[in-house]
Structure formats: structure tokens, C-alpha cells
Write a protein that binds this ligand. Structure first.
Ligand SMILES: [Mn+2]
Length: 314
């Protein structure tokens, strides 16, 4: 098999997808490819397993290209930002049944895929895809550049995380030359927030507990908050960032109650504490500085277990 993605554009039906409830990186990469294929009259279906709704702060992306229907079978599946096929949700079988599965990603060692274009040191999947476009002399249009830049901005936390290398800035610079609109994208993602959501944020701030002797800050979102403040769960991804702001904290945790009463946790770290290791006690995962998990435990028990893990580091 060849590693050139363009060899797969025209040999049969094409399906494009990424992880369940896609973020700016998965959406940006998948939509950049879809835009390219569209502009060259190459047909492809793009879809994701979306359990709620796509986030409004990423709606500068061409959401309208995402199809509501798909075929029963595809010759080729392109998968973005997804290291494990179980993270494809309801599209897992459709992808695994495709003759050619092409995984483009920046997670460590994806567990599937006939062709794997992977760099676990890359900041974003859109960075890996950008390189591939360049290598295959695929021209990047203004709309494609906006998609690719979105993944780069969100996965580097607006060029602030430690994955922000000089290559990231070089790519961003090339994307601006291609016509990407940095200020418009940034304003939509980070610069504006609906009033209801901001009011919920103030509630989350009020609930922050700081355990100073272990530099641990945590807060919580309950199911009834979504109805009380009329905020959709998918609009609350940013809330961990306000918990993380607490200067006295090295580890930040935001627990989010799910519909079934279980909790999802987001963990952030600054300094030497590896939150991936902490998330792993709940079978979660992620990166050293940002990880997540799910648990059936009560919030009190979850917090107690995390405190115990943090004490091991200090
Ligand atoms: Mn990513």
C-alpha cells in the first residue's frame, strides 16, 4: 500500500471521520480534506458520531458539509485524531469494514489502520495533515487553511502549551499566507461566550475548592446546571480552564455529572505532576498535562482517590 493519501482519493468511495464528539482538531483536519476533495470534484462523505451537538464556538468551520446520511460500505476511510477505533463510536464498524483505512493522528501508536500517518510529537492532527498536503503538493485554499489553523489553535491552547514549537508557528504563518483568518477564528473560539454560559462559569468558580497543602483545585458541574442555566453540555469544555487558573494549584480537576449519574473528570497539571498517570487509575488517559476519565464513583470518592495520587508525587 502506498502512503500517499492522494492515491486513495479516486479509487472508490471515500468516508471521512474522526473521534466521537469531534473537537477543533478532528473537525479541522477532516473538513480540510473534505474541502479539498469537493473542490476537485472528488466525492466523499464526512460524518462523526455526535452525541449532542457540535460546539457553537467552532461554527466558523463548514459544518454544513457534514452529511446526515452515509453508504453501507466504503472503499476507503480516512480517520483523524483518533488513536483507537472504539473512539469512532457508531462509525467504528463502517470504518473497520473499509478496504483501506488511513489513520492520520498525533496520538501515540494507534491500534488500527492500514496506513498510519502519525507523529506523536506533533501538536495537532492538522499539523500532520498539513505536512502531508505539502509533501503531495496539494494546494491549500483559504477555507482549508481556516480548518487547519483551527486544529492548531485549539490543540496548542492558542499557541501557549509546550507543544507549540517553531514548526507550529511556521505552519501557522503559511496558513495565514494562504488566507486563514486568525483573529476571526480566535474571537469565535475564545473571545466570546454566551451570557448564560458565562453565568454558569461564575457558579463553577464559586464551587472551586482549593486544597492548599497539595496544590489541588477542583470544581463540579451537575446535570441540573445545564437546565438551570440553559447551557448545552457540549458548550462547557472551556470550564476546566477557569479551575486551572488558580495559581496555587498544580493539579486542577473539573467533574461533570453525566445523564446516567456517573462523572467525567478533566484533569490539568502544571509542573511535574503527570495527570495521565492519575487518570489511569480510573482507566482514563490523555497527555501528561491534560487528561480525562469516567467513573461510577461518587465525587467525594473520586476526589479522595486523586488526592491520594497527588500525595505520591510530593
Ligand atoms: Mn488532536
Amino acid at each position: 500500500m502506498t502512503n500517499n493519501i492522494s492515491d486513495y482519493f479516486n479509487i472508490g468511495s471515500v468516508f471521512i471521520t474522526g473521534h466521537v464528539n469531534p473537537d477543533g482538531d478532528a473537525l479541522g483536519a477532516a473538513l480540510a480534506l473534505k474541502l479539498y476533495l469537493d473542490s476537485n470534484d472528488l466525492s466523499a462523505d464526512i460524518n462523526f458520531d455526535i452525541t449532542t451537538k457540535l460546539p457553537s464556538n467552532l461554527n466558523h468551520l463548514p459544518y454544513d458539509l457534514i452529511s446526515n446520511s452515509n453508504k453501507d460500505k466504503y472503499e476507503t476511510a480516512f480517520v483523524f485524531d483518533c488513536g483507537n477505533s472504539s473512539r469512532l463510536g457508531k462509525f467504528e464498524n463502517l470504518v473497520l469494514e473499509a478496504k483501506n483505512i488511513i489513520v492520520i493522528d498525533h496520538h501515540v501508536d494507534p491500534s488500527f489502520g492500514d496506513v498510519q500517518i502519525i507523529d506523536s510529537d506533533a501538536a495537532s492532527t492538522t499539523q500532520v495533515l498539513f505536512r502531508q498536503f505539502k509533501e503531495e503538493n496539494i494546494e491549500i485554499s483559504k477555507d482549508m487553511a481556516n480548518c487547519l489553523l483551527t486544529g492548531l489553535i485549539t490543540d496548542t491552547g492558542r499557541f501557549q502549551y509546550s507543544n507549540t514549537t517553531s514548526e507550529v508557528f511556521n505552519i501557522a504563518s503559511e496558513l495565514l499566507d494562504a488566507g486563514a483568518n486568525l483573529s476571526q477564528i480566535s474571537e469565535n473560539i475564545y473571545g466570546s461566550i454566551e451570557f448564560n454560559a458565562l453565568t454558569l462559569q461564575s457558579k463553577i468558580i464559586e464551587r472551586i475548592v482549593l486544597k492548599e497543602e497539595i496544590n489541588f483545585a477542583h470544581s463540579i458541574v451537575y446535570q441540573n446546571d445545564y437546565t438551570d442555566y440553559q447551557v448545552e453540555p457540549e458548550e462547557t469544555d472551556f470550564l476546566i480552564d477557569v479551575v486551572r487558573l488558580v495559581k496555587e494549584s498544580n493539579v486542577a480537576l473539573l467533574l461533570k455529572e453525566q445523564k446516567d449519574g456517573t462523572f467525567k473528570g478533566s484533569l490539568r497539571s502544571r509542573g511535574d505532576i503527570n495527570v495521565q498517570q492519575i487518570a489511569s487509575i480510573f482507566d482514563g488517559g490523555g497527555h501528561v498535562a491534560a487528561s480525562g476519565f469516567s467513573s461510577n464513583d461518587s465525587p467525594e470518592n473520586i476526589i479522595e482517590k486523586i488526592e491520594y495520587e497527588i500525595r505520591k508525587f510530593i
